[in-house]
Design a protein around this ligand. Structure first.
Ligand code: HEM
Length: 516
């Protein structure tokens, strides 16, 4: 029999240990929560461990709603503070200050401030995650891949993929007509486009339902339970994630893309293949930075892994962003038939003007299409926020003595600004007329930011615009786009971090224009 005194002792020890552990966790998870109070910055009172993002982290609300709530709480402030888990973030609400941070005083805010460990997350070596000088050098080397001349060359390849997409829809229509998940079919289309335009890979994912490229892209952007947990842990205790080498970027997907792009580069090097595409730009970057970069040391030294990591970034960013935007756009066109008809009229009349060819000149002349796409970006900004980190101390102009200290993480609430009735009355209404020249000139700078702003804006912006206009033109000349029984109204958004995505796909139907 165990003596009572021992049981008592054991009980006391367990209670004491538990109390100590809980106290330490409580202390660690709340120890940063006095920052905004001390600095006299308006903020919402945080909840232990979760800060101000409890509902979002628990999947009870989507990101647009979560950040929108913080943004709307302080309508008269230029800035406000919030806590993402235990990290204090400064939210910049004022367009003039956003302009300063992203453009005028960019040298103080060059970094995104993401801290992923490159030894376990291959993507952490890529441009989006790079900081300081390494970002600057890599950006310079990749920019030549996106010049107008290079983009022009991609027109025929995008047209070819669009024709395959149309053929796919046509064939399916002849067998079934109860709707398509357009997010899924655009996903296949954009995967083919980036594969062929950027890397010379003919992937045919439109017809291949078992494509590994789609499978692994879905894994990366799907944010499954494990990835979400690691991400959350990383926000609270980044050192724990680092110590245990926990991966938020799935290993299998990482290995797959690593081997694909290593093969592309090896094949081209061995066979002296020269093409006018992004893979070529990456190979030139490799030649200068890796093979001839002997003088560089430490953080500024580039390796083959940096090159492959950027190939993966360009492929994944190029595929997923455009497909989601195209699907959102088609959704609004299906629900707003007058806008769809007006856009089709423009496409048809300009098509006639340019001899039925979908040339770059034709695309440049589609002004209403620009307005429709801008309104799509406004309503469905696929990244909710733009992020920056102060790389130098910055005295905020016009705010007495308020200083943004070096290292401060910053959020520019892009989506909330795009939904602010002060800049966009009736923000829930899809109305491309907001983007006439006249209407645009009435709004302050930095109130429309779908691709970010300044030297760190999206490097693929013009490629995305070209691809979106081309595929929309192809689709609308061939089909009417309609809601179907499965169309969700209003559309629900995914309640997970990462890119803004529809929660249950976007289901629409098509009617061939020739046969209607
Ligand atoms: C609808 C399509 C797209 C949207 C809405 C979009 C949006 C964005 C945004 C908001 C940023 C952050 C900008 C900032 O911090 O100021 C970004 C960065 C980036 N985007 Fe895109 N993007 C799109 C398409 C693409 C495409 C097609 C590619 C490549 C082929 C691409 C590659 C990148 C890269 C590499 C960065 C990091 C740039 C840097 O840190 O220097 N994006 N994008």
């Amino acid at each position: 029999m165990i003596p009572y005194i021992l049981i008592d002792w054991l009980f006391d020890s367990v209670v004491l240990s538990l109390f100590t552990v809980i106290t330490i966790i409580y202390y660690l998870s709340t120890s940063t929560y006095d920052k905004w109070r001390k600095l006299n910055v308006q903020h919402i009172h945080p909840v232990p461990l979760f800060g101000n993002v409890f509902k979002m982290i628990m999947g009870l609300e989507d990101q647009i709603t979560a950040f929108g709530r913080i943004y709307r709480r302080f309508p008269n402030s230029k800035i406000c503070g919030f806590y993402q888990m235990r990290t204090p973030f400064l939210m910049i609400r004022d367009p003039e200050l956003i302009d300063a941070i992203t453009i005028k005083d960019f040298s103080h805010f060059t970094d995104h401030g993401l801290e992923f460990d490159p030894s376990i997350n291959l993507l952490a070596r890529s441009l989006f995650f790079a900081n300081g000088q390494k970002w600057k050098v890599m950006r310079q080397k990749l920019s030549p891949g996106f010049t107008s001349g290079k983009l022009k060359c991609t027109n025929d390849q995008i047209k070819e993929c669009s024709d395959q997409l149309i053929q796919f829809v046509d064939e399916k229509l002849s067998k079934q007509s109860d709707g398509f998940d357009v997010k899924e079919i655009f996903g296949k289309f954009t995967t083919d486009v980036i594969g062929t335009c950027a890397f010379g890979l003919k992937l045919d994912t439109i017809t291949d339902s078992d494509s590994n490229f789609r499978k692994y892209l879905n894994e990366i952007f799907g944010n499954n339970f494990k990835q979400t947990c690691i991400m959350m842990l990383g926000m609270v205790f980044p050192k724990v994630v680092k110590f245990f080498k926990l991966r938020s970027f799935p290993l299998e997907a990482s290995n797959f893309f690593y081997s694909v792009f290593t093969d592309v580069i090896d094949y081209r090097t061995k066979n002296s293949v020269v093409r006018n595409d992004l893979a070529q730009t990456l190979m030139e970057a490799r030649k200068e930075l890796v093979l001839n970069g002997d003088n560089a040391t430490g953080d500024e030294k580039f390796t083959d892994l940096d090159i492959i990591s950027n190939a993966i970034l360009l492929f994944t960013a190029g595929a997923e962003t455009v497909s989601v935007t195209a699907a959102f756009c088609l959704y609004e066109l299906a629900l707003n038939r007058d806008i769809q008809n007006k856009l089709r009229d423009e496409i048809n009349s300009k098509n006639e003007k340019y001899g039925g060819q979908f040339t770059n000149e034709f695309l440049m002349d589609l002004h209403y299409a620009d307005m429709v796409l801008e309104e799509t970006h406004r309503m469905y900004s696929i990244t909710v926020n733009i992020i920056r980190q102060a790389t130098q101390t910055f005295k905020v102009p016009g705010m007495d003595s308020f200083i943004i200290e070096k290292g401060q993480k910053i959020v520019i609430p892009m989506s909330s600004i795009h939904h602010d009735p002060k800049y966009y009355p009736n923000p829930k209404t899809f109305d491309p007329e907001r983007f006439t020249k006249e209407e645009k000139s009435k709004r302050p700078n930095s109130t429309f930011l779908p691709f970010g702003e300044g030297p760190r804006h999206c490097i693929g912006k013009r490629f995305a615009e070209l691809e979106l206009k081309l595929v929309l033109s192809k689709i609308l000349t061939k089909f009417e786009v309609l809601p179907c029984e499965k169309t969700e109204i209003p559309l629900q958004l995914r309640r997970k971090p990462g890119l803004v995505q529809p929660r249950n796909g976007i289901w629409l139907n098509f009617r061939s224009i020739n046969t209607s």
